[in-house]
Design a protein around this ligand. Sequence first.
Ligand code: SF4
Length: 411
Amino acid sequence: MQYSQEQYINSFLNNVKIIEDSFRRNVGLSKLTVSYIKKLSEELYRRYGKESKLKIMDFCGTHEYTITRFGIRSLMPDNIDLVAGPGCPVCVTPSYYIENAVKLALEGITIYSYGDVYRLRSQKPVSGAYSLADARALGGDVKIVTSIVEAIKDAEKHGNDSIFLGIGFETVAPGYANVLLKKLLPRNLKILSLVKLTPPAMFYSIDILHEKPLESSIVGVIAPGHVSTITGAKAWAPVAENYGIPVVVAGFEPIDVLLAIAEILKQLVRCEAKVVIEYTRAVSWHGDLKAQVAIHKAFKSVDDVWRGIGYIPKSGLRPRENFEYFDAFSYFGIKELTPSDWRYDLLPGCRCAEITLGKAKPTSCPLFMKICRPEKPIGPCMVSDEGTCSIWARFGVDSLASDIARDVGLR
Ligand code: SF4
């Protein structure tokens, strides 16, 4: 059925109104959900005792933003601990690839980068430059773009050898696949695909904490809403089936997150573990099948390295052999990292890896808000708006206030 422009606009406005009424202004539902969370947590408190902190992990920078920005942690009972997971692709991009991009920029190759990647610091300098921003200051041709389409249009104009830094999760992969499959890239523009896949990282994060005592293992997962529009909620089924952990695919309004927490606690009380879609307005069980096929045709999955963490099996995407000409790795002879080459690539003191895996919080890093701040980031989690340290630095007033209150004996 074809919609007229007017019908389309009306339907859009109607949906916005539903979201406003149901999710943004629904104080009654918020209060009910918070009191339901308290009731469920009391039941779990009786069952597991006061020593047990129940750790619920979010796997998306936008969920961490919602939780921190809207003070959702401050609404949680004492035995519920909300922790961030590997939800920021910039935070986990290895230093090695940034060093390569900086080197090529200084050799005269035009580099297209998203704004947050532009400020990402490498561990080692290349000719005095730690980041693409430094490389530009030294005369390198580094251009900030908001999409690969912008890079294509610009590269077509100048004809210089160029690289688009393809950083992101499954949400950006269909766009990159599309330009490869439809041959939209000009011959002078290559992709350096550093796309990461989130389900393997989720299994890895759960695995390393799984055998630990209850207070440090993950008992519930708020699965990423954006990624799930592509992968479908089915991608998280192994978390429920293999680990017995409840999963809720949630939207990004505060009430979405509260409903997700309530559903996880409800499953824990009932000793259930299943995948539930709370974000039904955007996510289905099977996801976007067309996008999945496009990704599969354009890319192969590879064992990939996550900054500060190391190799996670089948967690990255590289172009298939038939797109070799547009693959920056082969065209520019960039050597792939291997497990034996990779070295721990965070700066001394930076606890990004532990923060990314839910084992630490930004406030436990000695550099947090001292020498590492959003305006002058040292570690990768402080660079992007989706990085946990950046979110806590900008909005974590509740958390900092709670810590100080605890330190001075008020809590
Ligand atoms: Fe790393 Fe900075 Fe976060 Fe510390 S505050 S963990 S140095 S990003």
